[in-house]
Ligand binder design. Structure first.
Ligand code: FMN
Length: 190
């Protein structure tokens, strides 16, 4: 059985939307011998992570990198400003991907990192996916596919078409995992 776990953090829902689209894409091509699970970062059980073949990790970019308690507090402040029309996700201020990765035990899983960030050159925006990749490589995980950024407007809405791109990533990662882990028997429709 090929096991894929998608773990995400989201303040206002865009990274959740992307994670859900990745899950949808993956589920559209999985057979019986592939299991896909989607978890908000605060809901992941350590034993779920220990035996996955592919760990997909996504987070919003805050201050050029992963969120911290202070940036999550700032996000909560944005959500209280009626002019911004942003709604805070449940548990948004709890543990983030930075904390999840700090306590992650090394595994031999492959990984895919993604982030959401503002639609501008990465030089100016930074990238949470880059920070995720760096931390996972340090723990000994191997990249399955290149990291991806999904873009949001300066008002904090996902740019049109990014959901479709995320579905494509979900399909691509299943195809790639089938090549990388043929011993799990995860053939199409098997
Ligand atoms: C405190 C804070 C800092 C941010 N810093 C950056 C940044 O450095 N670069 C960037 O591209 N976007 C930045 N953003 C915008 C977020 O990337 C955007 O809100 C996020 O991608 C939306 O995803 P979410 O709805 O899942 O939280 C920041 C947002 C907040 C709240």
């Amino acid at each position: 059985m090929l096991k894929i776990l998608i773990v995400y953090e989201s303040m206002f829902g865009s990274t959740r939307s992307v994670a859900e689209a990745v899950e949808r894409g993956a589920r559209s091509v999985v057979g019986n011998r592939v299991a896909v699970a989607l978890r908000r970062v605060g809901d992941v059980q350590p034993e779920e992570v220990s035996d996955v073949d592919v760990l997909v990790v996504g987070a919003p970019t805050h201050a050029h990198s992963l969120s911290r308690p202070e940036s999550r507090a700032e996000a909560a402040k944005w959500a209280r400003d009626p002019a911004r029309q942003l709604t805070l996700e449940p548990d948004a201020r709890e543990e983030g991907i930075r904390e999840f990765l700090a306590t992650l035990h090394p595994t031999d899983a492959a990984f895919v990192a993604f982030d959401t960030r503002v639609d501008a050159p990465e030089l100016f925006t930074g990238s949470a996916a880059r920070a995720i990749r760096k931390r996972l490589l340090k723990k000994g995980l191997e990249p399955l596919l290149p990291s991806e950024s999904f873009l949001v407007t300066t008002e904090g809405r996902l740019v049109d078409g990014e959901d479709t791109r995320a579905e494509h990533l979900g399909r691509a990662l299943v195809e790639e995992a089938r090549q990388t882990f043929p011993a799990t028997g995860a053939m199409a429709g098997a």
